[in-house]
Write a protein that binds this ligand. Structure first.
Ligand SMILES: NC(=O)C[C@H](N)C(=O)O
Length: 335
């Protein structure tokens, strides 16, 4: 009883995904159904959780993460902020599908206002599979969310015994359990032997000092992505602008290069007030401002090292505050 009282209080918010998935039999690792197991059952499957935290569960959504929307994010961020404001909550774990885990994690990194740990976790194998990775990942996530060392580190993504920051982590393999990598900028640490070990920290702003506030927002501005490729056409961009996009992320080739035939449509879109952010489809490296395009003259923004899906999130949040491109560029060098 006494030792129980000293354990941290960790809330598990369940949103679905493969971690809550079930397959036809134990060897089904593809073609299973996501988001079928409820949070109480997820917790009951890992009795070891009781050793590291007092856990409570809440089913927030029950969806596959490919169907995650801005509305889900707003609801989730508000719920996390409400819970973390309570003195009896020490940390939060969010169980989530892996396909968009990096996006939800980064959205929360920019919209949760707390130093308390928030850990987003998923699994690559459904709960019914041989060597399902969900239980160990959930155990590690709860341990991490209750750990003093995770305080003030922003939103963390933990699978496969590794700790990543929301900003840097990406899914890098369609199906293996070691898919989540922070590649060149590096992961933060490991979980081993019932302990979290941190080795480094991002210099970018996060939950500790974010300027974004979604507490009064019901919708986010429409921001879409166009993907660069040889022989690219303007069709996707035109359709997005016509459908009301306030911002466009161009996942350009190389260093965010713009194809000759795309320059006019992008300049036209900018003249209509649409914010254009040059990102890269490459996956690593900085998109150089005034490098492959004269951003000062075109009034474009560069995504720095953010991939296109995370640049979309930052631009949506930036647009809730300003449409000044200098300000937006500052944000891209800050978060
Ligand atoms: N491994 C997974 O969780 C994939 C699943 N499609 C999801 O993102 O919900």
């Amino acid at each position: 009883q006494d030792s129980q009282a000293k354990l941290p209080n960790v809330m598990i918010l369940a949103t679905g995904g493969t971690i809550a998935g079930t397959g036809a039999d134990s060897t089904t690792t593809v073609g299973y159904t996501s988001a079928t197991v409820g949070v109480e059952k997820l917790i009951a499957a890992v009795p070891e959780l009781k050793k590291v935290a007092n856990v409570k569960g809440e089913q927030v959504f029950q969806i596959a993460s490919e169907s995650m929307t801005n509305d889900h994010w707003l609801k989730l961020a508000k719920r996390v902020n409400t819970l973390l404001a309570q003195p009896d909550v020490d940390g939060i774990v969010i169980t989530h599908g892996t396909d968009t885990i990096e996006e939800t994690a980064y959205f929360l990194d920019l919209t949760v206002k707390s130093r308390k740990p928030v850990v987003v976790v998923g699994a690559m194998r459904p709960s019914t599979a041989i060597s399902a990775d969900g239980p160990i990942n959930l155990y590690n996530a709860v341990l991490l969310a209750g750990s003093k060392d995770a305080i003030g580190k922003g939103v963390l993504v933990s699978l496969n015994d590794q700790i990543n920051s929301a900003r840097e982590v990406s899914k890098t393999n369609t199906s293996t359990t070691d898919t989540f990598k922070s590649t060149e900028l590096g992961m933060l640490g490991y979980i081993q032997g019932n302990k979290a070990y941190f080795y480094r920290q991002s210099t970018r702003k996060n939950t500790v000092d974010t300027e974004f506030d979604v507490s009064k927002l019901d919708v986010l501005p429409q921001v879409d992505i166009i993907y660069g490729y040889a022989n690219m056409t303007r069709a996707a961009l035109d359709a997005q602008v016509a459908s009301g996009a306030k911002g466009i992320i161009q996942a350009g080739v190389g260093d965010g290069s713009i194809a000759a035939q795309m320059k006019t449509p992008l300049v036209e879109a900018r003249k209509k007030g649409v914010i254009i952010v040059r990102a890269s489809r490459v996956g690593q490296g900085i998109v150089a401002r005034n490098g492959e395009a004269n951003d000062d003259e075109l009034d474009f923004v560069v995504a720095d090292t953010l991939n296109a899906q995370k640049a979309r999130i930052l631009l949506m949040l930036a647009l809730t505050k300003t449409s000044n491109t200098k300000e937006i560029q500052r944000m891209f060098y800050t978060y």
